[in-house]
Design a binder for this molecule. Structure first.
Ligand code: SF4
Ligand code: SF4
Length: 359
C-alpha cells in the first residue's frame, strides 16, 4: 500500500485549524480505538494518533477504511468529512509517562477497600482482576490514591525496528517522537533507525515538555534531523493527560507554545497536554490562533491535539452502561450521536480558521 494523497491535513496546519485525536501512546484497547477513530475521523479530524503497536495500527487503519466507505455513501455523515485523516503513531526515545502502565496484585487488596483506584480511573481500566493492561494509558492518577500503596507503574520504550517496519508498510502518514531535554543521545539513536525510512512519511512531530534549556535542546534536534523529507511539527506538551480534569489545565502548554513560536524555530507548533473544550477560546483570547487574520504577522498555533478530554467526551456513547453488542457502524443512532459530539469539539477550531490555504 502506498502513501495516500490526501493533503487536507497539511492545509489545516497551514491555516491553523489542525485537529489531532490522541488515542493514547500506550492505549491498546482495540474496540475503543476502532470507535474513536471512526467517530473523530467522520467528524473531520486531521490526524489520529495511536500507539506504535501493529495490532493498534491495523485496527485504526480498518476504522479509517470504514469511515471513508461510510462518508462515500452517507451525505449526512459526510457533512464534516474533508478526506481521510492521517494516521500517526507515537514513539518514545526513553522513559516517558505516556508510555507506561499501572499494575497491582488484586490478591493483596482488603475486601473492605472502597476501591478509590477504580473510581478515579478515567479509562475504566481497573476492575476486580486488577489493571486491564490494554485500557490503561498511564495517567498515573490511581497510583497515589491507593491507601496501601499497592499500585506501581511499568515503563515501556518503543522498538525502533518495529516502528521502521510500520513506516515502510505505508499504513501511517506521520510519526511522533516523545523526547525530553537531556535525552539527545537516546533521540539520536532512535532517529538513526527512522531516518532511512522517514521519506515514507508526510509529517514528523516532536513532542517535548518545557524545561529551562528546552529551546537549545529543540534546536539541537532540528540540526540532527535536517534536512527532512517531510513536514515538521513541534508538539508543546503541557500537563500530560489532564484535559478531562478541568478548565485550567492548558496553561503550561500555551506558555511553552508561546516560547517556541517566539524562538522562530522552523516548523509548525501544536498544543497538547491539558487541552479541552476551553482551549480554543483561551487561544483566541490570546490571539494565538490565525482565525480570520490571513495576513497575521504574529506567529500562530497551527493546531490542537486532544486526548483524555476527547476520549471522555465520547465514553458514555461508545461504552454505554447498558452495553449493546451492535458494532458502532451498525448502530446509526449511536454513530450519529458520537460524530455529533466529536464535531462539537472539532468545529470551534475549524470555524475560527480562515480556510484559504497559505501553501
Ligand atoms: S488511573 Fe490511569 S494509570 Fe491508573 S489504571 Fe487508570 S489509566 Fe492506568
Ligand atoms: S485502592 Fe489499593 S487496596 Fe484498594 S482496590 Fe485499589 S489497589 Fe486495591
Amino acid at each position: 500500500m502506498g502513501v495516500r494523497k490526501n493533503t487536507y491535513p497539511l492545509q489545516s496546519l497551514a491555516t491553523g485549524s489542525w485537529f489531532k485525536l490522541i488515542c493514547g501512546a500506550s492505549f491498546q484497547h482495540l474496540p475503543s480505538i476502532h470507535d474513536l477513530t471512526l467517530a473523530y475521523g467522520l467528524a473531520g479530524a486531521d490526524c489520529i494518533d495511536v500507539a506504535a503497536d501493529p495490532a493498534v495500527v491495523t485496527m485504526a487503519t480498518e476504522a479509517l477504511d470504514l469511515a471513508e466507505a461510510i462518508a462515500d455513501q452517507s451525505p449526512d455523515l459526510a457533512l464534516h468529512w474533508q478526506g481521510r485523516p492521517w494516521l500517526m503513531m507515537s514513539l518514545n526515545d526513553a522513559e516517558d509517562p505516556h508510555f507506561r502502565k499501572a499494575f497491582f496484585d488484586p490478591d493483596q487488596c482488603p475486601a473492605d477497600c472502597s476501591r478509590p483506584c477504580e473510581s478515579i480511573c478515567p479509562a475504566i481500566a481497573i476492575d476486580a482482576t486488577g489493571v486491564i493492561g490494554d485500557r490503561c494509558y498511564g495517567c498515573g492518577r490511581c497510583v497515589p490514591i491507593c491507601p496501601l500503596g499497592l499500585i506501581d507503574t511499568q515503563n515501556h520504550v518503543s522498538s525502533p525496528q518495529t516502528a521502521a517496519e510500520l513506516i515502510v508498510s505505508g499504513k501511517i502518514e506521520a510519526v511522533e517522537i516523545h523526547t525530553q531535554a537531556g535525552h539527545f543521545a537516546d533521540f539520536k539513536k532512535l532517529w538513526q533507525t527512522l531516518k532511512p525510512v522517514h521519506h515514507h512519511l508526510k509529517l514528523l512531530a516532536i513532542s517535548c515538555q518545557d524545561h529551562p534549556k528546552v529551546l537549545a535542546y529543540l534546536n539541537h534536534l532540528f540540526e540532527e534531523i535536517a534536512p527532512l523529507s517531510c513536514t515538521l511539527l513541534w508538539q508543546t506538551d503541557g500537563r500530560p493527560m489532564s484535559g478531562d480534569i478541568g478548565k485550567g489545565t492548558i496553561h503550561a502548554s500555551i506558555q511553552f507554545a508561546q516560547k517556541v513560536l517566539q524562538s522562530n524555530l522552523s516548523g509548525y507548533v501544536q498544543l497538547a497536554g491539558g487541552t479541552n473544550n476551553h482551549t480554543v477560546h483561551k487561544l483566541n483570547s490570546l490571539q494565538l490562533l490565525r482565525g480570520d487574520r490571513p495576513d497575521a504577522t504574529n506567529p500562530f498555533v497551527s493546531g490542537i491535539a486532544y486526548g483524555s478530554y476527547a476520549r471522555k467526551l465520547l465514553q458514555p456513547i461508545l461504552e454505554p452502561k447498558d452495553s449493546t453488542s451492535r458494532p458502532l457502524e451498525q448502530d446509526p443512532d449511536r454513530l450519529w450521536q458520537a460524530v455529533n459530539s466529536a464535531s462539537d469539539l472539532i468545529n470551534p477550531l475549524k470555524s475560527l480558521a480562515n480556510l484559504s490555504p497559505l501553501l
